[in-house]
Design a protein around this ligand. Structure first.
Ligand SMILES: Nc1ncnc2c1ncn2[C@@H]1O[C@H](COP(=O)(O)OP(=O)(O)OP(=O)(O)O)[C@@H](O)[C@H]1O
Length: 489
């Protein structure tokens, strides 16, 4: 039933065509429709074919209505976006245009103006057809995405760039299903926050249950089983009582396996058994227990490549990778940097005064390539604020060379030298021992570094070749080719 495909929805008020959805025999019968929509807990509106809002249920009035924001009789693009023209003419996807064309439902993640400011809203639109299958009206169901904000926010995910929105839209799609989700992204791209967003998204029936994080990289092989499955009294020396495992703790909720690429092969088979059979045994126990969790896994490693190299089980890979979501690195969503900066400055504890960032410093922050992603940005800001005596973070408060154009950095012509700090702040969570000892002079794609700039940079670098390639954002092969050319080979 394409146009009314929510199985949980009560039956529609008029004759329903199982093939086409809600069909009205004589006009839109708005009143009947509205009384039907009143029973919906989610905000819903009825629209005519000219985009005008004809009616809204109580949930909509509560969430999106405000005295100073009249909506009845006004076009949805004006109320929700402040546009003068429909979304598709303003460069956005318009679900109405699509629904008109297909005579079926459409769903999109939009940023709407609401009484609380801009919000990510999951919009689902269904056409209402008359007896001759003409579209006579639309019903729109809206769900505010609570885990993310398209403006500075004191908590949760922040972003509004196309790549961020695409990842968030994928989360909204998959959340109501039971499919396992695989989050793929560089370190510091927000995998844990996205995993939480899957757990809490609209329609996710486990949102009220626990959200349990398992850091697979921090679990030694010897502890893996007992941490995950728990143990019985006397299972091993020191097991003085029965202990619940993380799988049991996640009962009725979500189990988030972070850094799943770090699970040793010997343990992968145990994970596979758990996922395939939905059962497990405590260490030292005989009872078979039923698991009940939604699986979200994450990694920054190239799992497919690891499968090809025999480092990751193929069967486990196919089990966990049913719905992969790629999280964009920060350098691919630079337009989100100003609102992330504001968010982190709001979030920092212990500082009462409002800290600001000078336009020049912000430009540097936007020019940097952020190999450590959002975690690196947060760390840079936390330290920079310590130098901002007058409440303004300036370029001098940033790590020397951060976001400085190549020529200036390599010739030493940095206009405003930074404080006496390392070239960049090594983050123990993202940097190897020497990886950040000298950051490449980002500011334009490092691939464009000419030979002398590269030579100057290499002379300061003390890490391995692999670390060097990763700091430059190059493959090892590219680095090898450039080094060979430098050596005249
Ligand atoms: N979009 C975002 N908006 C606001 N904060 C974010 C966002 N993404 C990440 N963060 C913050 O950045 C930091 C790193 O995020 P998180 O730990 O989720 O990354 P990760 O990808 O899981 O990293 P790792 O792979 O190293 O575990 C956290 O402080 C998190 O709150």
């Amino acid at each position: 039933m394409p146009a009314m495909h929510d199985d949980s929805a009560p039956p529609p008020p008029a004759a329903a065509d199982p093939a086409a959805g809600l069909v009205l025999s004589s006009g839109p019968q708005v009143q009947a429709l509205v009384s039907y929509l009143e029973h919906e807990a989610r905000p819903m509106i009825v629209l005519d074919t000219d985009y005008r809002i004809l009616a809204a249920n109580t949930a909509y009035r509560r969430q999106f209505g405000a005295v100073q924001r009249p909506y009845l009789g006004r076009p949805c693009y004006e109320v929700s976006h402040g546009y003068d023209v429909p979304c598709d003419q303003a460069g956005e996807h318009c679900p109405m245009a699509r629904a008109r064309e297909t005579r079926g439902p459409d769903r999109v993640l939009h940023i709407h103006h609401t009484p609380r400011g801009p919000e990510h809203v999951d919009v689902e639109l269904r056409p209402i057809l008359d007896a001759s299958r003409e579209v006579v009206a639309y019903v729109e169901r809206l769900c505010t995405v609570r885990s993310a904000a398209p403006r500075p926010s004191a908590d949760g995910l922040v972003g509004r760039s196309p790549s961020f929105n695409a990842a968030l839209a994928a989360v909204q799609r998959v959340a109501p299903s039971a499919l396992p989700v695989l989050l793929l992204g560089e370190s510091g791209t927000g995998k844990e926050l996205f995993a939480r967003a899957v757990h809490e998204a609209c329609g996710a029936d486990r949102a009220g249950g626990p959200f349990v994080v398992v850091d697979c990289s921090g679990l030694p092989e010897t502890l893996f089983e007992s941490e995950l499955f728990g143990y019985e009294k006397g299972a091993f020396t020191g097991a003085q009582g029965r202990k619940k495992g993380l799988v049991e703790t996640a009962q009725g909720g979500t189990l988030f396996l972070d850094e799943i690429g770090d699970v040793p092969l010997s343990m992968q088979v145990k994970l596979l058994r758990l996922i395939e059979s939905g059962t497990y045994r405590r260490v030292g126990g005989v009872e078979t227990l039923q698991a009940d969790f939604r699986l979200v896994a994450a990694t920054h490693k190239p799992l497919e490549q690891m499968v090809a190299q025999g480092l990751f089980r193929q069967d486990l890979y196919y089990r966990i990778a049913a719905f992969p979501i790629v999280l964009p690195p920060l350098r691919e969503r630079r337009e989100d940097i100003p609102m992330l900066v504001d968010s982190f400055l709001q979030r920092a504890r212990g500082f009462k005064a409002r800290i600001q960032v000078s336009p020049e410093a912000l430009a540097r922050l936007q020019a940097h390539s952020w190999p450590g992603n959002i975690r690196e940005l947060r760390n840079v800001l936390e330290r920079a604020r310590l130098f901002a005596d007058d409440g303004v973070i300036r370029t001098k408060d940033l790590p020397a060379g951060l976001g400085v154009p190549v020529a200036a950095a390599v010739t030493g012509g940095v206009a405003t030298p930074g404080p006496q700090l390392p070239a960049a702040y090594p983050d123990p969570a993202t940097a190897g021992p020497a990886a950040d000892s000298a950051r490449p002079p980002f500011g334009r794609p490092t691939r464009e570094l000419d030979d002398s700039a590269l030579r100057a940079w290499i002379s300061q670098f003390s890490g391995t070749r692999r670390e060097m390639a990763s700091a430059l954002g190059w493959s090892e092969r590219t680095l090898y080719r450039r080094l060979k050319a430098l050596a005249g080979g």
